[in-house]
Design a protein around this ligand. Structure first.
Ligand SMILES: [Fe+2]
Length: 295
């Protein structure tokens, strides 16, 4: 499994994590140790879905951190179109600047869910809501650091892992070793593809720090979000110890059949496929739809 770049594990970004207990999401501020430049990965917009109310505590915690440390936000990255929380990218961009970016295969996700939500022609399916669409092997800079993007589809078609120095932001490709891997049964997901993507991540140097997008504290342990390639290779309950693809696909498929839809999938997809912008009704009021029997 070849990587489209040479890992630079001597570059060690400073990483601050922000855990959202409502959705078990971890957002990150990734700082260049040699400057004030940073990137934000997988931010959260708070929603009280029952009340139809948005709020900004999670995003404001990041804004506060960035301002207190006088950081300059260069990028606001999404590892994928999340189905379990809303992105705060537009709110963060307005307050802090920076460019938004996601995988180029967002167009597939937009096409799929554009149909599910019966969106009109004003909803563009070309990814143009984002400032940059990353291809596999693309790179960008955060201060003096080079960030490398590798396509890691399977959970969704647009999933990517961002590798910055000795750190990799895996999105939902992997969970902590005792959590295994994310589901692969959403439209466009594929367990075999996910296995191959995980192998790609595990081909990074063993000492690479891996940062999860989610942790659910399995078996009552405290929430954690950081591990290493070496640790995942040895201990991951779904792929560690050299577990094969057939075994993984069987396990993943059987397990996915038992999972309920994420509580926030309906609002999350409508907002996140628009780069975090909330759609409006014909009078310009922010409004979400609930299509019935479509998911
Ligand atoms: Fe996800």
């Amino acid at each position: 499994m070849t990587l489209p770049f040479t890992p630079q594990t001597d570059v060690k970004p400073e990483i601050e994590a922000f855990f959202d207990p409502q959705t078990n999401t971890i957002s990150y501020v990734v700082k260049d140790p040699g400057s004030n430049a940073c990137a934000i990965v997988d931010s959260v917009l708070d929603i009280d879905y029952a009340a139809g109310r948005l709020s900004y505590e999670s995003a404001d915690a990041i804004i506060d951190y960035v301002k207190r440390n006088e950081l300059v936000v260069e990028w606001i990255i999404e590892t994928h179109v999340h189905a379990d929380h809303l992105s705060a990218a537009p709110y963060l961009q307005e307050k802090l600047g920076g460019k938004t970016g996601i995988g180029e295969k967002i167009t597939i996700v937009q096409d799929t869910f554009g149909k599910v939500f019966n969106e009109g022609t004003e909803f563009q399916r070309d990814g143009s809501q984002f400032d940059r669409l990353f291809k596999d092997g693309d790179s960008y800079t955060v201060g003096a650091m080079t960030a490398h993007v590798i396509a890691t589809p399977g959970h969704t078609p647009a999933c990517q892992t961002h590798v910055i120095g000795d750190a990799a932001f895996v999105g939902d490709t992997l969970f902590m070793p005792d959590g295994g891997s994310a589901r692969a049964d959403f439209p466009g997901g594929d367990a075999g593809t996910l296995y191959d993507s995980i192998q790609r991540v595990l081909s990074l140097p063993d000492e690479t720090r891996l940062f999860m997008c989610h942790d659910y504290g399995p078996n009552g342990r405290d929430i954690k979000w950081e591990t290493t390639v070496g640790d995942e290779k040895t201990h991951n309950i779904h792929v560690g110890g050299g577990k094969g693809k057939d075994e993984f696909v069987k396990m993943r498929t059987e397990r996915d059949a038992t999972l309920d839809m994420p509580k926030l999938i309906i609002p999350s997809l409508q907002v996140n496929m628009r780069a975090g912008e909330v759609p409006c009704d014909q009078d310009g009021n922010p409004t979400l739809k609930v299509p019935l029997n479509k998911l």
